[in-house]
Design a protein around this ligand. Structure first.
Ligand SMILES: *[C@@H]1O[C@H](CO)[C@@H](O)[C@H](O)[C@H]1NC(C)=O
Ligand SMILES: *[C@@H]1O[C@H](CO)[C@@H](O)[C@H](O)[C@H]1NC(C)=O
Ligand SMILES: *[C@@H]1O[C@H](CO)[C@@H](O)[C@H](O)[C@H]1NC(C)=O
Ligand SMILES: *[C@@H]1O[C@H](CO)[C@@H](O)[C@H](O)[C@H]1NC(C)=O
Length: 433
């Protein structure tokens, strides 16, 4: 099947990716094989009510930073009922707390129509003409992004068409046409973690929403930062990408000496305890038997316990790390719980591996054989935990691009309110962009 998909993809006329020609969009059905790691130009990008980015391409939608495309009309039933164009021109999420009627609604633009959705339901009376809802804004847009105060002077939406840019004041409906001289024409745009990104081709530039200025080394490759793609672009800067990627981590741990390891896809970052130096390396290189894409890692008595699907790999920490003979063994046999699991950690001076699977946490006594996962407790704060790390300062729980600090496992399990949100890229890896 994989091979077939590959062949189909090679045969597809690539230019539809670039084309605004409506007839060319007729290839929609073949796009069942859409692969964002091949360098797609997205039609539209917006975050949903929960902050999960949605990338639209043709009549398909990619949710989050990895995973397969699905038909957009599975999630947004009425999209395209009228036109059958098979694509969205632009999308954004209205996000202004003092605008309760539209707050957190997702707006989609197709041709001359605008659709407003709340929790995947089309609002009454929609679709409407763009000119009726956003007077002064042209049809056939390229991109749109919300821009709340104070990131813009007023609560605004920024619309893009060709090299024209419109700041639309949500309250007064005034339109201010601006020139963003240094910015490429955007085919999609979105706001993510208070930053503004313009996508063009399979690249993106970060811009200042007020002035349109692009600072720093842009454009960058979208696949490096907003998608989880395995081996492409050997030339890309692995360290910068891994530090700054907004894609969630798979696993994180620190060894007995305090060196930090953070795993994502085919790579991992290592931060040395002694000098805080960060290094990015392939998993294949340092943990050959495991190859890539680990689910959870914990550190215990100078060994790294690395879990992938239902397999447990154990490495003795060293230069190089050495894989113990007879491993991998099944997680079920070794830890008494059936894989896959989402996250695992051991806190200082304890002999308990805490295992997170879905919305439950279990304790595995490591000194006891056979080992068993006991003391199942529900986790109420998160639907899914990506990774967790326990150290002298307590527990860090990583969900998406954020982490949360807890004083102890007990406090994490007992908590009913989210503590302060911290950014993984910035606060763990010092990425300032
Ligand atoms: C969803 O879109 C696909 C492809 O564009 C189309 O074949 C299908 O009929 C649509 N489904 C609904 C329920 O509109
Ligand atoms: C940007 O859009 C304008 C149309 O508004 C077009 O004339 C120009 O060629 C485009 N620039 C690029 C680099 O595609
Ligand atoms: C940081 O420390 C590690 C090991 O302790 C060493 O290999 C590395 O070269 C050091 N880096 C710098 C920049 O000093
Ligand atoms: C966690 O520890 C900090 C510092 O020791 C303390 O100020 C805080 O109150 C503790 N939080 C809880 C919920 O115990």
């Amino acid at each position: 099947m994989k091979l077939l998909a590959h062949i189909l993809c090679l045969c597809l006329p690539l230019p539809w990716a670039q084309s605004n020609d409506e007839h060319a969009q007729g290839h929609a059905h073949a796009s069942a094989v859409l692969d964002r790691c091949k360098g797609l130009e997205m039609d539209a990008v917006a975050v949903n009510e929960e902050g999960i980015p949605y990338f639209f391409k043709g009549d398909h939608l990619f949710k989050g930073f990895h995973g397969k495309a699905e038909l957009s009309n599975n999630s947004f039933t009425e999209l395209d009922d009228h036109h059958h164009l098979g694509h969205v021109d632009a999308a954004f999420r209205m996000h202004y707390e003092d605008n309760p009627t539209d707050h957190d609604h997702m707006f989609f633009f197709l041709d001359n129509k605008v659709f407003s959705y709340y929790q995947h339901k089309l609002e009454d009376g929609y679709p409407k003409d763009i000119s009726q809802v956003f007077p002064g804004i042209p049809d056939h847009l390229d991109a749109a992004v919300e821009c709340p105060k104070p990131e813009c002077d007023e609560d605004s939406v920024i619309f893009f068409k060709g090299d024209d840019i419109y700041h639309y004041n949500v309250r007064t409906k005034a339109v201010d046409e601006k020139e963003f001289k240094t910015m490429p024409n955007c085919t999609s745009a979105f706001r993510f973690m208070d930053h503004y990104y313009c996508f063009h081709g399979h690249q993106f530039s970060k811009f200042d929403p007020k002035t349109g200025e692009v600072h720093g080394r842009y454009p960058k490759e979208a696949r490096d930062y907003f998608m989880r793609c395995s081996k492409f672009g050997e030339e890309s800067d692995h360290l910068d990408r891994e530090r700054c990627s907004r894609v969630h981590l798979d696993a994180i741990t620190s060894d007995d000496a305090g060196n930090l390891y953070a795993f994502r896809g085919h790579h991992f970052l290592r931060k040395d305890e002694s000098n805080d130096t960060l290094k990015a390396e392939t998993i294949e290189n340092a943990f050959k038997e495991l190859h890539s894409e680990v689910d959870a890692v914990f550190s215990y008595e100078n060994h790294l316990y690395m879990i992938k699907d239902d397999d447990l790999y154990v490495y003795k920490v060293g230069e190089p790390h050495t894989h113990l003979p007879d491993y991998p063994k099944t997680v079920e046999n070794e830890l008494g719980i059936k894989g896959p699991i989402d996250a695992a950690f051991v806190c200082q001076d304890h002999h308990i591996a805490h295992i997170i699977q879905g919305q439950h946490i279990y304790d595995v006594e490591l000194k006891v054989t056979p080992r068993a996962a006991k003391n199942q407790r529900p986790i109420s704060l998160f639907k899914k935990v990506d990774a967790a790390l326990c150290g002298p300062e307590g527990l860090k729980v990583i969900v998406g691009n954020h982490f949360y600090n807890f004083n102890s496992t007990m406090q994490f399990v007992a908590s009913r309110a989210l503590p302060e949100q911290h950014r993984v890229s910035m606060e763990l890896f010092g990425c300032d962009h």
